[in-house]
Design a protein around this ligand. Structure first.
Ligand code: HEM
Ligand SMILES: *[C@@H]1O[C@H](CO)[C@@H](O)[C@H](O)[C@H]1NC(C)=O
Ligand SMILES: *[C@@H]1O[C@H](CO)[C@@H](O)[C@H](O)[C@H]1NC(C)=O
Length: 508
């Protein structure tokens, strides 16, 4: 190769070599000299998979101590992984500041429920809690059933055709569900892959997690000039203009409907979380501004789809690698639905107890949110350690693998989650998650299991969990789907996806 380089290119090559050498020397110097100031982050891997393994490794190493300290850039974090120490922090509402760790979410989410603190959080929370009333959940259920149908239709085309990476299919389904329940807006993510908004939701999550892992990009100045500042701003603009227009549209629609009572029957749309926000008032009867509403809607879009999508994917893998668990779940479904293909109603949801255990046990092994942070707001004692006000703590994933509460913690055993088996367990041994997510998971997983048998194509050790904001399998979830063998009585117009003739089946 070198032989082909002409004399006139030599100068260029030499210059390049010099630059590379200089960069290398500077890097080495910085590494040794700046190290004490930059902290463990230089040791921390910037690749998300390695970073996650590293933190998991540390928690194993320090398992017998109540906590350990990790420097991420200039900020020391206390890492917690025992139910007792986590209780000290989470049971005291004083320590609810989320300050530093969530800073990079602010441009996107403003200070909605997830990112706000103190009084603002308490006021918002009080206003928003009633919006999760049962009656709206039943309307959400309709959306979930419809989107599950679209998913099954897609899977139907793939069944019997060998390995399938279901990760994106599930994620798009979750995205359709959150868009319609949160904003009342159909975006058809499952059938139209090219939505600019959908693309930006992904880009933004990526961009933020990368910045979190690279302290040298924390100062805005550095980030804007050397980092991904421009890319960040471009995605941000797409995200915000989309939600802004949806909010304006919906607000106009509501005023229109309210001013014209006749249109009530014909035009009434299903209620969305956004409608509740537009109507909500605080103690003084004040409404939220559109900007306030946008913060909450963006938060829901962020928190509400990736988390459930990842959780469903992990559950699918676990069901696919534990045929005995899958059979039991299908048996329960048969008891509730028999061979009917009707949509799932709220009564059914209550009866699916074993499926709920499957969902919870999956979340124990693969919690969608593997870390979250708090700032200690007054001097506190955690175990034997005095922790000063202002310290940051990270509550980690390792909590769910405590052998004192979950013997053979790596084993997937849904029975652990039966109410009778939880008696006496430490109340902070398992961090619960939203009712909305349980409901969504039940509908989607039940719909899949009613139509198909799942066979996992991956072993647990080949899943490469990537722990960023959300715990995801780096290389997707590979499964094969087999159509289940029963004849169907059609109760629902266009719900014929599971039906097939024997001949169709034999063509593979
Ligand atoms: C498997 C699914 C889910 C898991 C594991 C999960 C986990 C969590 C965790 C650990 C937090 C605490 C974060 C912190 O305080 O720093 C949180 C907060 C939050 N989540 Fe989720 N979540 C899930 C699904 C959802 C869904 C579906 C929604 C919305 C529809 C949602 C909305 C929120 C909101 C608004 C907050 C902030 C709550 C507050 O501080 O008042 N989450 N979630
Ligand atoms: C991104 O937007 C922020 C806030 O508007 C601005 O301060 C910053 O300079 C922008 N960054 C780039 C690289 O354009
Ligand atoms: C499917 O059903 C048909 C007819 O009932 C039966 O002959 C066949 O053995 C079944 N196949 C499987 C794989 O269970």
């Amino acid at each position: 190769m070198v032989a082909f380089i002409g004399v006139y290119t030599f100068g260029f090559v030499a210059a390049t070599v010099c630059v590379i050498l200089l960069t290398y020397i500077t890097y080495e110097l910085l590494k040794t000299y700046l190290y004490p100031f930059i902290g463990n982050a230089l040791q921390l891997k910037s690749n998300a998979g390695d970073f996650f393994c590293q933190v998991v490794g540390y928690t194993k190493e320090f398992w017998n101590s109540p906590l350990f300290k990790l420097w991420i850039g200039p900020v020391p974090f206390l890492i917690l992984y025992h139910a007792e120490t986590i209780e000290t922090v989470l049971s005291n509402p004083v320590h609810m500041d989320k300050a530093y760790a969530y800073k990079f979410l602010h441009p996107w989410l403003g200070t909605g429920l997830l990112t706000s603190t103190g009084d603002k959080w308490r006021r918002r929370r009080k206003m928003l809690t009633p919006t999760f009333h049962f009656s709206i959940l039943t309307e959400f259920l309709e959306v979930m059933n419809e989107q599950a149908e679209v998913l099954i239709e897609k899977f139907e085309k793939q069944a019997g055709k060998g390995p399938l990476n279901c990760f994106n299919h599930i994620t798009l389904c979750a995205l359709d569900i959150i868009c319609e329940t949160a904003m009342g807006k159909k975006i058809y993510a499952q059938s139209n892959h090219d939505s600019e908004y959908v693309h930006s939701v992904y880009r933004m999550s990526d961009i933020i997690t990368r910045r979190q892992r690279m302290p040298w990009y924390w100062p805005d100045f550095v980030y804007n000039y050397f980092g991904e500042g421009r890319e960040h701003n471009r995605s941000l603009k797409i995200l915000h203009s989309f939600t802004e227009s949806v909010i304006n549209e919906r607000a106009e629609y509501i005023t229109y409907v309210e001013s014209d009572s006749e249109s009530d029957q014909g035009m009434r749309k299903r209620r969305a979380f956004l409608d509740m926000l537009l109507k909500a008032t605080d103690e003084d009867g004040k409404k939220l501004t559109h900007k306030d509403i946008q913060e909450e809607v963006d938060t829901f879009m962020f928190e509400g789809h990736d988390t459930t999508a990842a959780a469903m994917n992990w559950a699918i893998h676990l069901l696919g690698s534990h045929p005995e668990v899958q059979k039991k779940a299908q048996q329960e479904l048969f008891e509730v639905f028999s061979e009917s293909e009707r949509p799932i109603n709220t009564e059914d949801l209550k009866k699916l107890r074993y499926l709920e255990c499957v969902i919870k046990e999956s979340l124990r092994l693969f919690p969608s949110v593997p870390f979250f942070a708090r700032t200690i707001c007054e001097n506190t004692q955690i175990n034997v350690y005095k922790v000063p006000k202002g310290a940051n703590v990270i509550i980690t994933y390792a909590l769910h693998r405590d052998p004192r509460f979950f013997p053979d913690p790596e084993e997937f055993r849904p029975e652990r989650c039966l109410p009778e088996n939880c008696v006496g367990r430490h109340p902070y041994a398992f961090i619960p998650f939203s009712r909305f997510a349980i409901m969504e998971e039940k509908v989607i997983l039940a719909s899949i299991l009613r139509c198909f048998n799942i066979v996992a194509c991956q072993k647990r050790e080949n899943l490469w969990p990537l722990g960023e904001l959300v715990l995801r399998p780096e290389r997707g979830i590979w499964i094969t789907l087999e159509r289940r063998n029963y004849t169907i009585t059609h109760t629902h117009n266009d719900f014929q996806k599971c039906s097939y003739s024997v001949t169709e089946n034999t063509t593979k």
